[in-house]
Design a protein around this ligand. Structure first.
Ligand SMILES: Nc1nc2c(ncn2[C@@H]2O[C@H](COP(=O)(O)OP(=O)(O)O)[C@@H](O)[C@H]2O)c(=O)[nH]1
Ligand SMILES: [Mg+2]
Length: 353
């Protein structure tokens, strides 16, 4: 590790907020040594309670994050927030949302807020959001809240980053059928209908409850309970997937549908309780350990894939094969497939073709 990163590590480990901020920049910009830095801080596992909030723009995610943060601060818990949302009222660590009056949080030493741009990533998280969450966790925050841009299908990635996912909808954001089609039923551990002061909120709550009910009935009828299709497991090998929520003998989680008015704080207590209940459920059912395992496996895969990609294209032999090969493709003597096979053989050694 460079002496610069070493000095940063010391500041980080002695709990200096500036050290955390700089560490985040190091990781976010993937500057030299960022992986070694992450390795050092993750050697001591810590377990912040990770809460994800997602939903369409303007649903009140930031307002609810602020309300939840205040509530956790009232319980003397330290809170870190990541907002992956270019339109969020946080900017460069400063809070600009005077409407939501978050300035009290900005100056609270028990709160750390960071916003991240998505940089074209499609999963709803910025490319290094998960690493930033890990840093906040390793720094020692009790709670880590992550607000993600919810646009269509893009919020799915949050399930891999949070222990509990809250999906926030508003009367204006469409009906329960749309929520179902967007896959929100699969990612939500808790539904919140915010802006409950607006017309249509009761209706949406009722429809969401009905849709959840129907979905559950259908899932139990059509497929064996332990093989239900679950988006959370997509891309996760069977043995790493969490135990089925609907399996017989297993504790079950009924997704609550709550109403809030973020600005007045109405319903925030109930949301806090639901988050705590979900936590207890995860601990009792073994789901928490399973989620952490799946998260760790996913992270290992990402690092391996990133490293393989880097090593592959930096390999001199591979470069040569590619440069020569593209000419052969043009002449009809090779195809992209035969060339790819040659490259893989070059990387993996003889006998792998
Ligand atoms: N009427 C009403 N407005 C709200 C409520 N919660 C948030 N808002 C307003 O909705 C707008 C968007 O809120 P924001 O928290 O930035 O939403 P985000 O884009 O999901 O983060 C802001 O003007 C808020 O003041 C609510 O419960 N009722
Ligand atoms: Mg926001």
């Amino acid at each position: 590790m460079t002496s610069e990163n070493q000095a940063l590590l010391e500041r980080f480990q002695t709990g200096k907020k500036l050290g955390l901020a700089r560490a985040i920049s190091l990781v976010e910009n993937e500057r030299p040594g960022f992986e070694a830095f992450l390795h050092s801080v993750l050697e001591t596992p810590r377990f912040a309670k990770r809460l994800g909030l997602t939903g369409p723009p303007g649903a009140g995610k930031s307002s609810l994050v602020a309300a939840l943060t205040r509530a956790y601060r009232d319980q003397s818990e330290e809170v870190a927030v990541v907002a992956v949302d270019p339109t969020s009222p946080y900017s460069g660590g400063a809070l600009l949302g005077d409407r939501i009056r978050m300035n009290d949080l900005a100056t609270d030493p028990g709160v750390f807020i960071r916003s991240m741009a998505t940089r074209g990533s499609l999963g709803g998280l910025a490319t290094t959001t998960k690493e930033v969450l890990d840093l906040m966790d390793a720094f020692g925050f009790h709670r880590v809240l992550v607000e993600t841009v919810g646009v269509g299908q893009t919020e799915l990635e949050i399930t891999g980053a949070a222990d509990t996912v809250v999906v926030i909808l508003v009367p204006e954001s469409g009906d329960a059928i749309q929520a179902m089609k967007a896959g929100l039923m699969e990612i939500a551990d808790i539904f919140v209908v915010n802006k409950a002061d607006r017309p249509g909120a009761d209706r949406l709550v009722k429809d969401l409850r009905l849709a959840l009910h129907l979905r559950e009935g259908k899932a139990l009828k059509d497929v064996p309970a332990h093989h239900g299709v679950d988006l959370k497991r997509m891309g996760v090998p069977e043995e790493e997937a969490e135990p089925d929520k609907g399996g017989s003998g297993q504790p079950r989680w009924e997704i609550p549908v709550l109403q809030t008015v973020a600005q007045t704080g109405e319903g925030v207590r109930e949301l806090l309780d639901a988050v705590a209940d979900h936590r207890s459920f995860l601990e009792l059912s073994g789901g928490l350990a399973a989620r952490r395992k799946a998260r760790a496996a996913g992270r290992v895969r990402e690092v391996v894939e990133r490293e393989l990609r880097r090593v592959s294209w930096a390999h001199a032999g591979v470069q040569e094969i590619l440069e020569k090969g593209v000419v052969e493709i043009g002449a009809g003597r090779e195809t992209p497939y035969s060339l790819a096979a040659d490259i893989i053989a070059e990387l993996m050694g003889p006998g792998t073709k």
